[in-house]
Write a protein that binds this ligand. Sequence first.
Ligand code: HEC
Length: 155
Amino acid sequence: MLTRLLIASAAVSIATASLLARAPVPQHKPWQPGLGEYMVGIQRHHAALFFAGKAGNWELASFELKELEEGFGDAQEFQPLHEKVDVKSLLESILPPVMKPLHESIEKGDKQLFSRGFEALTSACNGCHQAANVPFLDIVDPTAEPTVNQRYEKR
Ligand code: HEC
């Protein structure tokens, strides 16, 4: 029985090997994240930024804001047009006016200014979602920390 099984499995291996040898080498396109994938990262940084600012952890807030901007930068570069939506132009017009005061609030370490700046950022998210035909993507202040294994307060 065992011998027969071994012979059978060897035959299968040989058959597979010869098939593989003849199969054309598959050509994979390099993986390119879609706009939604960039947005998931942006969503995470938006939430982390909220808790860093709330805790007055300005080093972390500054880092998270930079990461968020990098996400938008990548989305703009790699997905400038998404389903006829001019992502590049929308980002260029919507973001700069909200990013500047938010950066300033972090540099000053001013929680009240930060809170106003964060509200403006969230409105910018939703303003763009409305302009981009996805108004049902309704961004709000996070109700819980985005992770369970990171401290947002300064130690
Ligand atoms: C270009 C303007 C624009 C701005 C600004 C913008 N978004 Fe989006 N966002 C989109 C579009 C368009 C989609 C739909 C993408 C798709 O069809 O996959 C989207 C999708 C999303 C999604 C759904 C992702 C998914 O696949 O589940 C989330 C979450 C999101 N955005 C969060 C945010 C947050 C948070 C901000 C602000 C910090 C923001 N977005 C700012 C245009 C924008």
